[in-house]
Design a protein around this ligand. Structure first.
Ligand SMILES: Cc1cc2nc3c(=O)[nH]c(=O)nc-3n(C[C@H](O)[C@H](O)[C@H](O)COP(=O)(O)OP(=O)(O)OC[C@H]3O[C@@H](n4cnc5c(N)ncnc54)[C@H](O)[C@@H]3O)c2cc1C
Length: 340
């Protein structure tokens, strides 16, 4: 078994959160991780710090303090104008060896995944990817990472007793952002790392950013499954009427009825809408993890035995192709009479 570069005896009682940012603002996934780290260590002597990298980290570092972190370690360097896995790994590696946190957590975003994998190899430690929850034993310093395994059929609890830092990535949307009072004495600590242009392994030739749909921010989700048989027109109309977005299970995405960015669930987007309406969806675990934190779930399924009825607040046993147009009509009538 590989031996990590430092072990439990040398690790500090610290949870370090990797802070991703864009255009001067922290990404939502980082805000969720800050909340979770503060919750895990609440009332203890454990320290929670953020680690932020970039050519200008001032604004997002301040935001992290405003969200309750007592300390943010900032690595500012002119070459870090954008994420470069080689340079970022090198910088994080130096800081981690210096700080020796017991726990290091990152968002399971494209950059976070890339960085976490390289860093774990370099630190010779383990990495628990795509966790659905985290727990921390404050006495032993043991992080317990929850992941779903065997196609969602089991929940596995993973521990790394001998390796430090204990590293986990968590997908966007899994942790709620809690608003906590900022720490008055919060500090941003600049650390210098030795980096040069030769540490960059990629060159940016052109940046083209398309309009990005973020289903995790939608308050109303109308979700269609295989039972819609590719008929998403009415779901679009209902979503529009309710000011929401349309999401889907994997089968209609795989069959090309709807864009992949609208897939909800374990390998799609994890959402926390106020209202989720599921139409023609059986309720497989892989899908349910994407909506189980919704305030209210309404399920429409023709099969009274469908698993989805175990996860909903309101269940309608009926043909979705009949219920949806009736619902659209009733909402239109309602809105008409309230404007009359
Ligand atoms: C590793 C892995 C990752 C996965 N990740 C995801 C993921 O991120 N998201 C995801 O969604 N899936 C994911 N899946 C697939 C997942 O396991 C299920 O297969 C999928 O969610 C099922 O989609 P469904 O409910 O639309 O289809 P089905 O399970 O086929 O259910 C269709 C339902 O429609 C109902 N129905 C049929 N006709 C009507 C009608 N006229 N009106 C009303 N109801 C009707 C049926 O009774 C049935 O319950 C993953 C699978 C694996 C192995």
């Amino acid at each position: 078994m590989a031996v990590s570069l430092y072990g439990p005896e040398d690790a500090r009682q610290t949870v370090c959160v990797y802070l991703e940012h864009n255009a001067g603002r922290l990404e939502d996934v980082s805000l969720g991780l800050i909340s979770k780290a503060l919750e895990l260590t609440s009332g203890s002597d454990w320290r929670v710090c953020g680690l932020i990298l970039g050519d200008d980290t001032r604004k997002p570092a301040q935001e992290a303090l405003a969200r309750g972190l007592g300390e943010v370690i900032s690595i500012q360097h002119e070459i870090m104008t954008r994420f470069d896995v080689s340079a970022f790994t090198r910088a994080c590696f130096e800081v981690i060896l210096q700080e020796k946190p017991a726990v290091f957590i990152l968002g399971a975003t494209p950059d976070g995944r890339d960085l976490a994998g390289r860093l774990a190899v370099r630190l010779r430690t383990g990495l628990n990817a795509d966790c659905t929850d985290l727990r921390l034993n404050l006495e032993t310093g043991q992080l317990i990472s929850e992941v779903s395994g065997f196609g969602g059929g089991v929940i596995a609890l993973l521990e790394s007793p001998a390796h430090r830092p204990q590293m986990s990535t968590v997908r966007p949307g899994v942790f709620e952002q809690q608003f906590v009072r900022p720490v008055k004495s919060g500090v941003i600590r600049q650390i210098d790392v030795s980096l040069s242009r030769s540490d960059l392994q990629s060159e940016l030739l052109e940046r083209s950013v398309g309009e990005r749909l973020d289903l995790s921010k939608s308050q109303v989700l109308i979700c269609g499954g295989r039972g819609m048989h590719g008929e998403f027109v009415q779901l679009n109309a209902l979503a529009e009427q309710l000011g929401g977005e349309v999401g889907a299970t994997r089968p209609p995405v795989d069959e090309g009825y709807i864009e992949r960015e609208r897939q909800i669930g374990q390998t799609g987007v994890v959402c926390r809408p106020k209202l989720a309406v599921t139409c023609g969806i059986s309720g497989a675990f892989h899908f349910v993890v994407g909506i189980q934190e919704a305030d209210t779930v309404v399920a429409i399924n023709i099969d009274p035995q469908a698993e989805i009825f175990n996860y909903c607040d309101y269940g309608v046993v009926a043909d979705a192709h009949q219920v949806i147009p009736a619902l659209i009509e009733a909402l239109a009538r309602e809105s008409h009479s309230s404007h009359a």
